[in-house]
Write a protein that binds this ligand. Sequence first.
Ligand SMILES: O=c1ccn([C@H]2C[C@H](O)[C@@H](COP(=O)(O)OP(=O)(O)OP(=O)(O)O)O2)c(=O)[nH]1
Ligand SMILES: [Mg+2]
Length: 151
Amino acid sequence: MSDAFQVQIMRLPGNEDIPLPQKMSELASGFDLYAAIGEPLTLAPGDRALVPTGFALAMPGALEAQIRPRSGLAFKHGITTLNSPGTIDADYRGEVKVLLINHGREPFVVQRKERIAQMVFQLVPSIRLLEVSSLDDTERGAGGFGHTGTK
Ligand SMILES: O=c1ccn([C@H]2C[C@H](O)[C@@H](COP(=O)(O)OP(=O)(O)OP(=O)(O)O)O2)c(=O)[nH]1
Ligand SMILES: [Mg+2]
């Protein structure tokens, strides 16, 4: 794909055996992320942990990356990302990390190299905020939070 955005990825020292983020099917939206932990990590019900991935990125300024949960882990074990979707800024050069939380009823053990979340790249439009003193009228107006009914 010649028109693909090029995103640089750098393995961080000590993670040579951790797979790089990987799409698990041809048209998958997300690259699955692998836990770059030394020892298994136990998340008790309600616990959260920042899980390293072993890599850092440099992407074009028009992009961001979102860290999203894996549905299977959420459905089967109640494991999700607490700050969902996590935001990776284009200018971030630190290690990408995944903030997992256990919403399940059982302890969950994260294993080294386990696929814990997925990373989806998105275009971020260039926006300039313009301060004004009034806004145009709309049918909805200020109605929200169930204004149109809940059924
Ligand atoms: O799930 C995440 C969320 C964030 N980050 C990194 C990349 C991101 O660019 C940076 C800052 O994230 P965010 O802006 O969401 O956090 P903040 O609390 O606003 O921190 P900061 O003041 O550093 O922007 O932390 C991750 O590695 N994983
Ligand atoms: Mg921030």
